[in-house]
Ligand binder design. Structure first.
Ligand SMILES: Cc1ncc(C[n+]2csc(CCOP(=O)(O)OP(=O)(O)O)c2C)c(N)n1
Ligand SMILES: [Mg+2]
Length: 292
């Protein structure tokens, strides 16, 4: 069921978030109600007369998409219509990792049957590339600028999917626009088993400073370097979907992006170690059999 009008959203060229949204909306399975937190997606899809969606859309504040979606689900339930309609949140990383996290945690903990999709471009892009809890170590942003005294962001990216995996969630997955079939399969599961969380990495040419032709290449490299491994948590078990006998070096992913162009061998090595450690943690969680 396609819930989009045949128009392009007003995003920058090569916008990963626009590609993800197109794939998602083309694969809705029932009438759907969308809840959008403010961010790049909302400002580029709702400007009259260039509306992008063909279904009811609620534009809410930055922080409360999960709370509003919970209310929409409860209202449908009161009417006995909760199985007829999917309630879906589309939100940025700032809205998800930071300002809306409290509402999202509560939504999952209460078991509200909502599918929450995070389109992660790793910064507050809509307001001018400020760092968020999703911005990776050493990335240059307007609030973590680089210079003689600064290497960019000094903190690591929050492990949002593992944090939510420690909640009583029915289905959770990481997904990539470069792994199109995998993304659609995961979306189907996320719509069937709720509360659910889908975490999609959406490269941003403007904020990451790369040539717009590389959006899908970077999405693919993120997975193949283990920077953004694809996994699912279902029935309290974690499963890695793709395991590479030999992962690509992280420099393949970093070197295409201006936000990392200040890095020297030492910092690249540090990121490589971090990526390898994080991957081992996922393998261990998979082997452990139970996530929490
Ligand atoms: C309470 C509040 N603080 C700040 C803002 C300003 N604001 C609007 S969108 C946005 C950034 C959104 O970032 P993200 O959720 O990552 O989405 P993106 O634009 O990157 O897709 C900010 C800071 C706001 N609308 N409300
Ligand atoms: Mg963002």
């Amino acid at each position: 069921m396609a819930e989009i009008l045949e128009k392009a959203p007003l995003t920058c060229s090569g916008c990963g978030l626009a590609i993800a949204t197109r794939i998602i909306c083309r694969n809705f399975r029932k009438p759907s109600i969308l809840v959008l937190s403010t961010g790049c997606l909302e400002v580029t899809t709702t400007l009259y007369p260039y509306s992008y969606f063909n279904c009811p859309v609620l534009h809410v504040a930055f922080e409360n998409a999960a709370a509003v979606a919970s209310g929409v689900f409860r209202a449908l339930k009161t009417q006995g219509r909760e199985k007829e309609v999917d309630v879906i949140v589309l939100a940025g990383d700032g809205a998800t990792f930071d300002i809306g996290f409290q509402a999202l945690s509560g939504m999952v903990e209460r078991g509200e049957e909502v599918c929450y999709i995070c389109l992660d471009n790793e910064a507050y892009m809509n307001t001018g590339i400020q760092r968020s809890g999703a911005t990776p170590l050493f990335a240059s942003t307007t609030t973590t600028p680089t210079g003689r005294m600064s290497m960019g962001k000094l903190e690591r990216k929050k492990k949002i999917s593992l944090i939510l995996g420690m909640h009583p969630i029915a289905y959770l997955a990481t997904a990539s626009i470069a792994y199109h079939r995998d993304l659609i399969k995961k979306l189907e599961k996320a719509l069937a088993k709720k509360p659910s969380f889908l975490h999609i990495l959406t490269p941003c040419p403007t904020g990451w400073r790369f040539d717009p032709q590389h959006t899908v290449t970077l999405s693919k490299l993120a997975v193949e370097t283990n920077y953004f491994p694809l996994f699912e948590i279902e029935d309290n078990k974690l499963k890695l979907n793709y395991k590479f006998e030999k992962r690509n070096p992280i420099s393949d992913f970093l070197k295409l992006q201006g936000r990392f162009s200040h890095l020297k061998e030492e910092e690249i090595q540090k990121i490589q170690e971090m990526v390898d450690e994080d991957y081992i943690q996922l393998v261990q969680l998979e082997e452990a059999g139970e996530v929490f």
